[in-house]
Design a protein around this ligand. Structure first.
Ligand SMILES: Cc1ncc(COP(=O)(O)O)c(C=O)c1O
Length: 501
């Protein structure tokens, strides 16, 4: 590579991608906002003055080194913090290439290769989800969905599509004030409420249906909620099923929810942002049985599949609905009389410019094949099972809370409180003192992990009690990493409890 600034930055990025931090390297070098400002003041300050001066390349390269040094190393095998982790290196290179070719996926004219790649990938995802027949066209002119920027945006799209089917005039006349309702489990993602707010349905339109102990929607509770909503003069618009809840990885019973959707004539959207990728694994795909009966299905390939953020596919059962919902036929862009205009995707989306997120996925999928993709899921499940086994065999040191698939939710119990049952039903029965002691432990252990840079694992309240969440997303997480994560929690827990007792 040359001496140009871009070459020097790219060189560092590539070195990072091919040899990311691991082993004894820190997961994070924690710095406060004030410390970060000081670090950058030594090269290129973070803030801009009212007149921004140009900086010397050497200073910028020094700043780039600080960016890398003080960022969270999500590729590190002990980053098990949330439902994404370090990227598949091929997808990073694909993202870079897509950026280098800087175009918009909106038209065939500007993105001939990417348009066909999108068609190919969406058709393949559609076949895997049972949205299209196994022998259907592998390169359709109108694919069964679109790529969009993230799961929350896809939820917004899905609700807009649902409303367009129910009330085709609303796009032109505007919302009438009719009370349309959306049903999602009380463990579902907040994207439902945000989307309802943006669409003018109001967050009150989102009816949170009770979920079971594991976090899956109770189908009978959904039936009751639909009936009650109708009795109250509301009009049920959509059911959002969750395939892999964010916190506990619960999978809703899609057949049961589809029965309700069909009985009430309601749109069924499946939020598979996290768990949709189970479909890649022959042993895990049963978790989404019934997804083929849904009207739309979102799948975040930037979570379990390690594509760089963002890479989200929204599948739509009746793809023609996308154009019905979004087309405005801007004649300066979607001229019907230009070459291959029938392939243009831009009038089937809300966006105008659209990143070519498909490229990185296409490259990674061609590189790993179906078998490699399945192995990625199976490995993550096996590592989570190793974590669950450690909890189960710990003689009360760790207490299982919930979790399935690639997720284990658990607590660390100080010696004087062992054993303590932390299943979601038993948490409310803990004494106030025990609750307070256990609640304080995960944040303190997490803080120490960050301060020492040894690991990053998430925690969140379950039934009001802070608990750890081990989320395995990356193939870099090996058995030794799982073991050392638990060893670390054990060590930190013991030192905290020695100080407090
Ligand atoms: C179940 C679920 N749905 C939706 C989302 C939102 O996806 P995004 O972050 O891409 O907007 C998430 C993100 O974690 C999620 O876990």
């Amino acid at each position: 590579m040359g001496d140009e600034l871009e070459a020097r930055i790219a060189e560092r990025a590539l070195a990072y991608v091919v040899d990311p931090p691991r082993g004894d390297d820190p997961v994070i070098e924690l710095a406060s906002p004030a410390e970060l400002r000081k670090v950058f003041d030594a090269s290129v300050p973070l803030e801009f003055d009212s007149v921004a001066t140009a900086h010397h390349d050497d200073a910028i390269v020094e700043a780039v080194d600080s960016v890398i040094r003080y960022s969270v190393h999500t590729s590190h095998p002990r980053f098990v913090n949330q439902n994404f982790a370090g990227p598949d290196p091929v997808s990073v290179a694909g993202d870079f290439l897509g950026a280098a070719l800087n175009t918009t996926g909106a038209t065939f004219e500007a993105a001939p290769v990417f348009t066909l790649m999108e068609s190919a990938v969406l058709a393949k995802l559609g076949r895997i989800a049972g949205y299209v027949a196994a022998d259907s066209d592998p390169l359709p002119t109108v694919p069964p969905g679109l790529f969009c920027p993230g799961g929350s945006t896809a939820t917004l799209y899905a609700l807009q599509l649902a409303r367009q089917r129910l009330r085709p005039d609303v796009n032109t006349t505007g919302a009438t004030g009719e009370k349309l309702t959306v049903f999602v489990s009380d463990s579902g993602h907040y994207a439902a409420s945000k989307s309802a707010a943006l669409l003018g349905l109001g967050t009150d339109a989102v009816i949170k249906v009770e979920s079971d102990d594991a976090g899956a929607m109770i189908p009978d509770a959904l039936g009751d909620a639909l009936t009650a909503s109708k009795a109250a003069g509301q009009v049920p618009l959509a059911i959002i099923a969750t395939s892999g809840t964010t916190v506990t990885s619960a999978f809703d019973d899609l057949h049961a929810l589809a029965d309700h959707a069909e009985a009430h004539g309601v749109w069924l959207h499946v939020d598979g942002c996290y768990g949709g990728s189970a479909l890649f694994s022959p042993t895990e795909r049963h978790r989404l049985d019934g997804v083929e009966r849904s009207d739309s299905f979102v799948w975040n390939l930037h979570k379990m599949m390690g594509m760089t953020q963002q890479c989200t596919a929204l599948l739509v059962k009746e793809p023609s609905r996308l154009a019905e919902c979004f087309a405005l036929r801007a004649d300066y862009l979607f001229q019907p009389d230009k070459l291959h205009a029938e392939y243009d995707s831009g009038d089937r989306t809300f966006q105008c410019a659209r990143r070519v997120d498909v490229l990185k996925l296409w490259l990674a999928w061609k590189h790993h094949g179906d078998t490699g993709f399945a192995a990625r899921i199976d490995h993550a499940v096996a590592m989570a099972q190793r974590g669950a086994a450690r909890v189960a065999s710990s003689d009360g040191e760790f207490a299982h809370v919930t979790g399935t698939f690639t997720n284990v939710v658990f607590g660390w119990i100080p010696p004087e409180l062992r054993p303590t049952n932390l299943t979601p039903l038993s948490i409310p029965t803990l004494s106030a003192e025990t609750h307070a002691t256990l609640h304080a432990i995960p944040p303190r252990i997490k803080r120490r992990m960050q301060q020492e840079g040894s690991a990053m694992m998430g925690f969140q309240p379950i039934a009001g009690l802070n608990t750890f969440r081990l989320l395995v997303m990356s193939p870099t997480v090996g058995p030794d990493d799982i073991d050392s994560l638990f060893d670390q929690i054990s060590e930190y827990g013991m030192s905290i409890s020695a100080i407090t007792s």
